[in-house]
Design a protein around this ligand. Structure first.
Ligand SMILES: [Zn+2]
Length: 378
């Protein structure tokens, strides 16, 4: 299949036969580049009706290596009552917790595990414990990839950590901080030669997220003016941007929605990158309930900031209080129970409406990324 890997810093190219994250010249992150963007053979049928006749390009050489549970094709529902309260008439949510493990991460992990198979990787190590690891463990089980999951002993009783172990992952429990767990995983990788996945940095994961963008023209008569995205590593935002860009180049859609990244006030390095300011990290672990977007050191901060800018969008930080009240609003008014990480997007819409960046008549879409039942209910 016609694609290669290209360094986002120096532009060096690498072939697609091995799983790679970093440039061996400058250690920059790699992105996927398709040689023949319009060629039909670069597109893989994954058996989903929503993609009929129009398929995203995916970085897999042999389609028989695809590991899928028919993720994607999630519904879009109007959020009219919440929209009325916050003064946004045409507000919609894409219900990403309809995915097989209850979170958007399944889109990325389906492609990531498929690429592992496609490049002959049979075992990986990762420090984990959240929705991403939960989803990755499920796809590894399905795709016969051995998963060494390094997890914090303090999270032993959390449903997500238990699910990771229950899928048959090789659980390694570590006492200490998030960094200690990461260091233990890194040491294990060095000692054993097992691949350290670092899926938050992976271009393959981002490619899987593109499918979310591809479904939208099939579901909405008019494309949204704004997509407001809870953002930690930036993989949904990057995936959607790449998906919309491909569709624009193909003439499938006629404009790029404005992409807005939403972070919490506590952990807002991408907002700082967008505003071209320095972000100073804080000691200790994040305390926000929106733990999925509390990423202190995200990959590609400059790229994410430029994507927000190029699309005409923005990056904003919202308060903890507004995240929790948005979660309650969705549950009470719309019957939708999401994690605080997901309701941050709605808090973001409210803030963008107040500042006038979103108008009353604008069409707004937010991905509802993770199912609320997986987290303690306030
Ligand atoms: Zn490089």
């Amino acid at each position: 299949m016609a694609f290669e890997l290209a360094c986002i810093e120096c532009g060096a190219n690498y072939d697609n036969s091995t799983y790679r994250l970093f440039c061996s010249d400058c250690h920059g992150l790699l992105d996927i580049e398709y040689d023949t963007p319009k060629s039909k053979e670069a597109r893989i049928i994954n058996g989903k009706s929503g993609f009929a006749g129009y398929l995203p390009m995916l970085p897999i050489r042999d389609p028989s290596n695809l590991v899928t549970m028919n993720e994607g094709d999630t519904p879009i529902v109007p959020l009219s009552k919440v929209g009325q309260v916050i003064g946004v008439e045409r507000l919609h949510g894409k219900v990403e917790y309809f995915n097989p493990t209850g979170s958007f991460k399944d889109r990325g992990n389906a492609i990531l595990v498929s690429v592992l198979k496609d490049t002959g990787v049979t075992a990986v190590v990762e420090s984990t414990g959240g929705n991403g690891g939960n989803s990755f463990a499920a796809y590894c089980a399905r795709g016969d990839v051995a998963f060494h999951a390094f997890m914090n002993q303090a999270n032993f009783d959390s449903p997500k950590a238990k699910a990771i172990a229950f899928h048959g992952s090789l659980a390694h429990w570590v006492e200490g901080s998030k960094q200690d767990v990461y260091d233990a995983a890194e040491k294990f990788a060095e000692d054993t030669g097992v691949l350290h996945l670092r899926y938050g940095k992976s271009a393959y994961f981002i490619e899987g997220q593109k499918t979310m963008a591809y479904e939208i023209p099939n579901q909405l008569e008019t494309m949204p003016d704004h997509v407001v995205i809870p953002t930690g590593n930036g993989s949904i935002l990057m995936g959607m941007y790449r998906g919309f860009k491909e569709m624009l180049e193909d003439g499938r859609i006629n404009h790029m929605p404005k992409l807005h990244a939403v972070q919490t006030e506590e952990t807002a390095p991408l907002v700082a990158a967008f505003e071209q300011q320095e972000w100073v990290s804080y000691p200790g672990e994040p305390r926000s309930k929106a733990n999925g977007i509390s990423v202190k050191d995200p990959p590609r901060p400059r790229v994410v900031a430029s994507v927000c800018r190029d699309s005409g969008g923005s990056a904003i930080a919202v308060s903890e209080e507004s995240v929790l009240s948005a979660q309650k609003q969705l549950a009470e008014l719309e019957g939708i129970l999401v994690e605080p990480t997901s309701s941050a997007a709605l808090a973001g819409v409210q803030s963008l409406r107040r500042s006038g960046r979103i108008g009353e008549r604008d069409r707004v879409l937010l991905p509802l990324t993770g199912f609320g039942i997986k987290e303690p209910i306030p």
